[in-house]
Design a protein. Structure first.
Length: 307
């Protein structure tokens, strides 16, 4: 583990708490869909989403210039009344948008990393694990405060332990900046965490349901070792191939969350950038340099479970 891993991973997970292979030949041969920019939701739903986003607090809205939540949700095709599985909801940045947007007819299911993944982080003290072990009860209770008067109902589970009654119930699965850790720890032989997440996503979806992925993106010419998730970044084609191998059809991609200013190399990690600035310390000049880059370059991908 490089010198920043312990500090950066600790900052990442604290920020996420309530208080982020060889391609199979058949997948590589698939033609790559063109960029898709059109909204997949109705104009009326766009208006509802715009109102929900306008009601978010200023610190959340400050991130819109990088995270483009309206464009992203519309691209994936999430609509009011749907059942949506959100991977690693953490502190609820997207949860607080999805709950009121899905509305009282909707249902939001949070899925956390498997409990036995967390000890792989160096900051996972006995106290931390005792707190994390209560997530299944505490996260839904905390999320109730974000529902408002007519928000979606809430459930939760650990990846790898999805309840049978959730199979085939989801209209959409939404994985935002969460694949790098399951990818990394599986590649390091810690457990089948990536396979678990993709299997649960597939099984949770109704036939024809959609999987939306937003993930820190590095160019495809970097090595497997560098792009194994430990820097936070992954290669787009590697993600596409792995998700297709799990049974999904690759439907579309968008550059709505791309940032060409972010060109990581060497020891660069995604957490050097805003809002974390994990490697800047007291160096204001370095922090200003990373602030000028903005948040990370991100792939935005749409997959579908076959009918």
């Amino acid at each position: 583990m490089n010198k920043w891993s312990i500090v950066i991973l600790a900052v990442f997970v604290v920020a996420c708490q309530p208080a982020e292979e060889a391609p199979p030949a058949e997948a590589a041969a698939e033609p790559e869909p063109a960029l898709a920019e059109e909204s997949a939701v109705s104009a009326a739903d766009e208006d509802v989403l715009a109102m929900v986003l306008a009601a978010q607090p200023d610190d959340a809205k400050a991130r819109y210039q990088y995270r483009h939540p309206q464009d992203t949700i519309e691209f994936v095709g999430i609509e009011p009344g749907m059942t949506v599985l959100e991977g690693l909801p953490g502190g609820g940045w997207y949860t607080k948008i999805l709950l009121p947007y899905l509305g009282s007819d909707g249902h939001l299911v949070g899925a956390n990393y498997p409990l036995d993944l967390w000890p792989n982080f160096p900051f996972a003290t006995e106290e931390f694990m005792a707190e994390m072990s209560q997530w299944l009860e505490k996260w839904p209770a905390g999320a109730e405060e974000w529902r408002g008067g007519d928000g979606a109902s809430i459930d939760a589970f650990w990846f790898g332990a999805m309840p049978d009654e959730m199979v085939g119930t989801a209209d959409a699965v939404f994985f935002v900046r969460m694949l790098h850790n399951v990818w990394r720890f599986q590649s390091e032989g810690m457990g089948d965490y990536l396979d678990m997440a993709l299997k649960d996503a597939y099984n949770a979806l109704k036939p024809g349901g959609v999987l939306g992925v937003v993930q820190h993106h590095v160019r495809d010419d970097v090595s497997d070792e560098w792009a194994n998730g430990s820097h936070g970044y992954m290669r787009k084609q590697s993600v596409i191939d792995r998700v297709v191998a799990a049974g999904f059809e690759f439907e579309a991609e968008s550059d709505i969350n791309a940032n060409e200013k972010d060109q990581p190399s060497g020891d660069d990690v995604v957490w050097r950038l805003p809002p974390t600035f994990a490697t800047s310390g007291d160096d204001e000049a370095l922090k200003a340099k990373y602030a000028a880059i903005g948040e990370s370059n991100r792939m935005t991908l749409k997959f579908r479970k076959p009918e």
